[in-house]
Design a protein around this ligand. Structure first.
Ligand code: SAM
Length: 317
């Protein structure tokens, strides 16, 4: 469906829980307590059907940590079975993936994004407040073996924390057939300008990286068609690509295709706007009208960086 500014909104980011087994310092408050008022499986499927009826074709499941939901495989299977859903993806911290990758693939998930900001076990434990990197690495291997169409590893760049690991993280694209994507840290309640590292730093540190954009060259000024928000590069001989996601240093809004639904049934027309439409308890027809209204409410451009009363785990990054 076209919004008021002529953008085709066909991508739903669907948060299925606010719970997470990790407490990443830039994302979740240490003492965060989930409220448990999450959408049921049938509410989620009803919402996705409604969203599809107004033009959504791609769904990314996120959270919180989506694999913490006991019924996640059934939710995925249900979404994959909705006529009109052409692409089903999931974003996970990877810690439960080793035991679930094959079942997730069988449930109809096509692509998986795994968040991993450091390859140092102690740093990982510190950043996540207790997580074990071994589980994530096993999850990456399992995802590769399970035959997803695409496996991506996402690393948020954090100044003074992991900016000395850019080459090492990029090296995962030699070890596995995965795209390694570097994401600029967005300001939130727990991090700010001092932690910011631009994606330009990645290009400085990987001088051999060649643009995967048609025509080559290393200068990108616009989002690549079909690749959404990532600028793509390739290291010679690597099995996967390097992606740069300039969440801060570039404004993607003119190419935005997204709308969001939170775990508690609120449609968010824009990540950085406090506007929400509550669809919990609505009929499918009511939800359909609400999605159509939310599409038309999308602002032309993000109104700054603002997560409102929600932290990132409550919206779905
Ligand atoms: N638990 C899943 C995971 O870890 O991927 C999904 C939810 S998590 C909120 C989704 C993504 O949001 C993660 O890759 C995380 O690094 C990213 N994220 C959270 N806060 C962020 C921030 N301030 N700036 C950039 N990315 C952020």
């Amino acid at each position: 469906m076209l919004d008021s500014y002529g953008r085709n909104i066909d991508y739903l980011r669907l948060s299925v829980t606010e719970s997470c087994n990790l407490r990443c310092r830039y994302c979740v408050p240490e003492n965060f307590l989930p409220c448990n008022d999450i959408m049921t499986e049938s509410e989620i499927l009803c919402a996705v059907r409604s969203a599809v009826s107004v033009g959504i074709m791609k769904v990314r499941i996120t959270g919180g940590e989506p694999l913490m939901r006991a019924d996640i495989l059934s939710v995925c299977e249900g979404i994959a079975g909705i006529p009109g859903v052409r692409e089903l993806c999931i974003t996970t911290n990877g810690t439960f993936l080793a035991g679930m990758a094959e079942a997730l693939r069988r449930s109809g998930v096509q692509n998986v994004n795994i968040s991993l900001d450091t390859l140092d076990p102690q740093r990982y434990e510190y950043l996540t407040r207790g997580g074990s990197i071994a589980h994530v690495l096993a999850g990456i291997e399992a995802a590769v073996s399970a035959g997803f169409e695409k496996v991506k590893v996402n690393a948020v760049l954090i100044g003074g924390f992991n900016d000395d690991e850019i080459e090492r993280l990029a090296g995962l694209s030699y070890e596995f057939p995965v795209d390694v994507r570097f994401i600029e840290l967005m300001p939130s309640g727990f991090c700010g300008q001092n932690d910011f590292v631009s994606c330009d730093e990645v290009l400085k540190r990987l001088p051999g990286a060649v643009s995967s954009n048609a025509g080559g060259g290393r200068v990108h000024t616009a989002a690549l068609p079909g690749e959404g928000t990532a600028e793509l590069y390739h290291l010679p001989g690597a099995l996967g690509n390097i992606g740069l996601i300039r969440t801060v240093s570039r404004i993607f809004c003119p190419n935005c295709r997204r709308i969001r639904l939170t775990y508690d049934g609120k449609i968010k027309p824009c990540l950085h706007s406090s506007e929400e439409i509550d669809i919990k308890g609505m009929s499918e027809e009511g939800m359909k009208n609400a999605f159509a209204r939310a599409v038309m409410m999308k602002p032309p451009v993000r109104p700054g960086f603002f997560l409102g009363r929600r932290t990132m785990n409550m919206i779905g990054g």
